[in-house]
Design a protein around this ligand. Structure first.
Ligand code: LLP
Length: 426
């Protein structure tokens, strides 16, 4: 037995996750199949908690909204960053206390704002329109709305442009230079209790420097807000810590992030004589490397490239198509065989961009082999669709060699579930 990447092991040429043989899981549950290792979820969450013992860790539900995963994290004491009423509902149902939930979003509906106030969760306000709507709702319902403002800190991040969120031109947040005025307005509005400040600069960031810059800029703003006489109970620095998708890639860990930003946060809050709670909102780091997408080889075609056609498509994992993301590939039933050939792994979707991995050195691949796409726990299933008439696959949770279905596979009936024919087409 040897370790291939983090918690993933190889035994008798087969890839194992959480002590379970992936080839057996594929036989038992069918493919495609998402498989998550519960122990690894807990390990990753603990790494954050240990690096930031005084902070609150709000799991970013968008990364992986599976109810079982939310439940595991709720039991670990996680809070939640939610971006819709759906995520809010799931987080509460999973047992995350309302005091540890922040409702984020740049374009919330009035219904969502109403729900946030009714359920008593904090709201990260992204615009003045939203602020005024919240004030009306708070007045109407007689419940104060606890808010933070999402700040656009204008920090550039070395990541894919589609997941950089703190640039000046980004749609998120209130421009830094308007923030103080916005707090002033908020403190005068009925029903509004400004009690925090929030930012998020992007995702899959592989350097701590942008986080330090964001912390400094946020603390400058905190100073201005405190001067207004506002009691800031929390400073939420969002998330964005990347993970090593490529084998051997060196990336900062939560402890490196803590070493980089805590001195700034602690010094500045001490100088101001305040003690707000630090909140962090990791998604990717907690779940990305916990999960594999298992997919069966339908066909191997030797053409301009050696194409391996598998049974999962970008309807199940859109990251490579959308962000040119790299996911490590293992032939799960030949996991310790030496590489022999270069292959491009493609899905069955009717689009040229339906490519999971280009030009990978792998053992000889044949029809019926099992491919594992690694590090697919974040923004994998949660971004899935039924494109091309493809029901979504099942999700399985493993722990110490045992497995349970945590989401059953959709069937053809799910493609039709919500569709209706007008009478004239009957
Ligand atoms: N907080 C806020 C306000 C966010 O917008 C996000 C992610 C997070 C926290 C969590 O960030 P993380 O720890 O996961 O980096 N679909 C893309 C990533 C989109 C990230 C959106 N916001 C991907 O697959 O790479």
């Amino acid at each position: 037995m040897f370790t291939i990447k983090n918690h993933l092991e190889v035994k008798n040429n087969h890839l194992l996750i959480g002590g379970a043989d992936t080839t057996a899981l594929a036989e038992q549950y069918g493919t495609p199949l998402y498989v998550t290792n519960e122990t690894r979820v807990v390990e990753n969450f603990s790494a954050y908690r240990n690096a930031f013992p005084k902070a609150d860790i709000y799991y970013a539900a968008k990364a992986n909204g599976s109810f079982a995963i939310m439940r595991i994290l709720a039991r670990q004491g996680a809070g939640a960053d939610v971006f819709s009423y759906g995520e809010l509902y799931m987080a509460l149902l999973a047992g995350i206390p309302r005091e540890k939930i922040l409702f984020n979003g740049n374009s919330k509906t009035d219904f969502e704002l109403q729900k946030a106030v009714e359920l008593g969760v904090k709201v990260s306000v992204d615009s003045k329109d939203e602020l005024r709507t919240l004030s009306e709702i708070a007045e109407r319902t007689g419940k104060a709305a606890e808010i933070a403002f999402r700040v656009n800190p204008d920090v550039s991040t070395p990541t894919h442009p589609k997941i950089s969120t703190g640039l000046r031109i980004s749609k998120f947040g209130i421009p830094a230079e308007e923030v103080i005025d916005t707090y002033r307005e908020a403190s005068e509005l009925p029903g509004i209790a400004p009690c925090g400040i929030h930012c998020h600069i992007g995702s899959q960031i592989l350097d701590t420097e942008p986080f330090v810059e964001a912390t400094q800029k946020m603390m400058d703003l905190v100073e201005g807000v405190v001067e207004l006489g506002i009691n800031l109970k929390f400073v939420d620095m969002g998330s964005g810590l990347g993970i090593p998708y490529k084998k051997g890639e060196k990336t900062p860990k939560p402890q490196d992030l803590a070493n980089a930003i805590l001195p700034v946060f602690n010094d500045r809050t001490k100088a101001l004589g305040i003690s707000p709670k630090l909140i962090l909102e990791p998604g990717r780091y907690i779940v990305a490397d916990t999960t594999l997408l298992l997919t069966r080889v339908n066909t191997v075609k030797i053409a301009a490239k050696n194409f391996v056609g598998v049974d999962a498509g970008f309807n199940l994992l859109i990251r490579p198509t959308m962000y040119d993301s790299y996911h490590h590939v293992v032939v799960a039933n030949k996991a310790s065989s030496p590489p022999e050939e270069t292959y491009t792994i493609v899905g069955p979707i009717c689009e040229t961009g339906d490519i999971f991995a280009k030009d990978r050195e792998l053992p000889r691949v044949e029809k019926g082999d099992l491919i594992a796409l690694l590090d697919t726990g974040a923004y994998g299933f949660s971004m899935s669709s039924q494109y091309n008439g493809r029901p979504r696959c099942a999700e399985v949770l493993v722990k110490d060699g045992e497995s349970d279905v945590i989401r059953s596979a959709e069937g053809i009936e799910d493609l039709m579930a919500k569709q209706r024919l007008p009478a004239r087409l009957m």
